[in-house]
Design a protein around this ligand. Structure first.
Ligand code: HEC
Length: 169
């Protein structure tokens, strides 16, 4: 009898710990997928290498950093086009604000969105081989926004495999 209570207690503690672990998971692995494409926030994207920074003026007023996974960085290094399957590109965006310690400099303010492009030439054949995902506070943006992704990339940078960003010199 005593051992049954002990194992029940152990099971209860284990499930509590598991629930805590789930609650502690970051945005990166809540698993919420973008509409249409089913793209999720990739694990470890914040540690990827930078391809280039960028910024956009009014009304967005944003600073951005474009990052890529290892496959992306290799493809840029070898000037490989189209990008191979498995390439993932990330665009992190923040409001641009005067740096608190030196107002003439611009610093990242609040994070506005993170966006991804995932290359899978067969899976995303209808959109140039790219799946798109945009997340605000870890949650995917709506379907209408995701419908617009490929249209703009196709209109401007079809000749560069639908990718705007060039590797910063
Ligand atoms: C109106 C045009 C437009 C639309 C719509 C658009 N993008 Fe982009 N995207 C750009 C431009 C311009 C860049 C270049 C970098 C920048 O803006 O800072 C870019 C860059 C990117 C990058 C970095 C790789 C690259 O191509 O340079 C990703 C990832 C990305 N966009 C994802 C998305 C996603 C996801 C959506 C839809 C939710 C989307 N984009 C919709 C214009 C657009």
């Amino acid at each position: 009898m005593k051992s049954m209570w002990l194992s029940l207690a152990a099971a209860a503690i284990a499930s509590l710990i598991f629930a805590k672990m789930l609650a502690a998971r970051s945005d990166a692995d809540t698993g919420a997928a973008s509409p249409i494409f089913g793209v999720t926030i990739p694990e470890g994207y914040r540690q990827w290498q930078m391809i280039a920074p960028s910024q956009l003026g009014e009304p967005f007023d944003e600073l951005r950093a474009i990052l890529g996974n290892d496959m992306a960085i290799k493809a840029y290094g070898g000037k490989t086009l189209p990008f191979p399957d498995g390439t993932v590109l990330a665009k992190l965006a923040w409001k641009r604000i005067p740096a608190s310690d030196f107002p003439a400099a611009i610093a990242p303010g609040v994070a506005t969105s993170i966006q991804f492009m995932v290359k899978d030439s067969k899976g995303y054949a209808a959109t140039g081989g790219w799946g798109f995902g945009k997340f605000v506070d870890g949650k995917p943006a709506d379907e209408a926004e995701h419908r617009a992704c490929f249209a703009c990339h196709e209109a401007h940078v079809k000749a560069h495999d639908f990718v705007f960003t060039r590797f910063a010199p």
